[in-house]
Design a protein around this ligand. Structure first.
Ligand SMILES: [Zn+2]
Length: 222
């Protein structure tokens, strides 16, 4: 089974991706990890991609898609993959579909982790990290005992620049203006599952599994 997991930053996507891949026995292909690995190993595509990121530019879709497809062809992905952080837009989704078709595979289901924008804002802009050991807090959901001080090592808590108000708004704008359109794309193929991501981690995970089962049953019956 090949899954696309769609969710904004702060939606709990990474956590759900890990739980799902372990429950389903498929491989977790996170675009960020994939890029880092390709950079480190200096693969042909990695070197090309790095030239763009070094200039502060976005990596072109054809390079990203080629990288994902070559990853999917690796043996550990034979049972299926969960794509996390890719595709980001309809052009990438189309290119992915074409590439998968060539190797006799397809995306079976796209899961949307639905979390309201206000909640995402709260989760992201509430994030603080300690200087000594990068322990993570959230001033709303998981505050330190003493404001501004790490419970574990007493070091100062600070906010990363990309977790600050304006940067967070910008990231969310891109998600809600662009990435969310993937729901129309996969929806037109009748492949979308929407899960309420605004609940605790285990509830969300159970709901995803139940919905995947119901979805696969429905497909089998045609
Ligand atoms: Zn700490």
């Amino acid at each position: 089974m090949n899954i696309v997991l769609i969710g904004a930053q702060g939606s709990g996507k990474g956590t759900q991706a890990e739980k799902l891949t372990s429950s389903l026995g498929i491989s977790h292909v996170a675009s960020g990890d994939m890029f880092r690995k390709a950079f480190d190993e200096k693969t042909e595509l990695g070197v090309k991609a790095k030239a763009y990121t070094d200039r502060g530019e976005l990596v072109p879709d054809d390079i990203t898609v080629a990288m994902v497809l070559s990853r999917i062809k690796e043996p550990d992905c034979a049972r299926g993959v969960l794509l996390d952080g890719f595709p980001r837009n309809i052009a990438q989704a189309q290119a992915l579909d074409e590439g998968l078709k060539d190797i006799g595979r397809q995306i079976d289901v796209a899961i949307y982790l639905d979390v309201p924008r206000e909640e995402l804002l709260k989760r992201l802009s509430g994030r603080y990290i300690c200087r000594a050991n990068q322990h993570v807090y959230n001033i709303y959901a998981n505050p330190p005992k003493v404001p501004g001080v790490c419970d574990l090592d007493g070091s100062e808590l600070y906010q990363r620049s990309d977790d600050k108000g304006e940067a967070v708004q910008k990231r969310l704008d891109i998600f809600f203006n662009e990435t969310v359109r993937l729901l129309d794309y996969y929806g037109s193929q009748d492949k979308v599952i929407v899960v309420n991501g605004n609940r605790d981690i285990d509830q969300v995970h159970t709901d995803i599994l139940n919905q995947i089962n119901a979805f696969m049953e429905r497909k089998k019956k045609g």
